[in-house]
Ligand binder design. Structure first.
Ligand code: OGA
Ligand code: MN
Length: 234
């Protein structure tokens, strides 16, 4: 895994150098949609998003400076549905995906206004996989182990990339979207210098599988639970 990380430098962990732990199993795929598909998705999502005002803080205190929608796959126009079908195959494997919640469309305000504090997605609300497609601009996701916060992993979420948090990464690590691209480790920001450091407007399309009856009592659920406003997990 580390050679792959070193090769593309989209995932960086504080454990490099042999501190004796591995990042959680993660998937981060670049260019899962084309620029034309990105533009078409954004064109369909833009009007309903713009009808909403940016909210200051999410009801649970985790998300700041955002507006959001939920839309079932059937709402998307056919070309967008086709692109999202490929995204789902990349996230969940070939064949029909598991039963999914409606897509969660989350727009973060540009600059430091829009960010997401450390949290574990509510284990009582969705299943073991969270898959997010990033559109329009790059952002930095930080993952921190819930019990051992010195274990930290940064993901550079490029526009048009897909991340998948499943199992350990979904239940035992907190994730957050940082307010500033400069927080991605400086030495590794090659390729970012041609962009503004400030985060630009970003839309994420996040897919979550439905909760299975067995999951709330599964091993992950015992170790990580609800989201608290201070980012802690109970
Ligand atoms: C969330 C979340 C990440 C993203 O909505 O719970 O973590 O990619 N979103 O915007
Ligand atoms: Mn989340």
């Amino acid at each position: 895994m580390s050679s792959r990380l070193a090769a593309n430098r989209l995932i960086v962990s504080s454990g490099h150098g042999g501190r004796g732990w591995l990042p959680p199993p993660l998937t981060l795929l670049a260019d899962v949609v084309t620029p034309a598909e990105e533009a078409r998705l954004a064109a369909q999502l833009d009007p309903p998003l713009r009808r909403r005002k940016y909210q200051r803080a999410h009801f649970d205190g985790v998300i700041e400076g955002y507006r959001e929608l939920e839309r079932p796959l059937g709402w998307f126009e056919p070309a967008n549905r086709a692109a999202l079908g490929r995204v789902l195959a990349a996230a969940f494997g070939p064949g029909p995906p598991p039963p999914l919640l409606p897509a969660h469309i989350l727009e973060l305000a540009p600059g430091a206004e829009g960010f997401i504090r450390p949290h574990v997605d509510h284990v009582g609300a969705s299943g073991r996989t969270v898959a997010g497609l990033s559109l329009l601009s790059d952002a930095v996701m930080q993952l921190t182990h819930a019990q051992e916060p010195e274990r930290t992993v940064w993901l550079l979420l490029r526009a048009r990339s897909l991340y998948v948090l499943a199992g350990e990464a979904r239940y035992e690590w907190r994730h957050e979207i940082l307010p500033d691209l400069r927080l991605f480790p400086r030495a590794l920001r090659t390729g970012l210098h041609d962009r503004a450091d400030d985060k630009a407007r970003r839309i994420a399309v996040v897919f979550r599988d439905e909760l299975h009856a067995a999951e709330p009592s599964g091993p992950g659920a015992r170790r990580a639970g609800a989201i608290l406003a201070d980012g802690s997990v109970v």
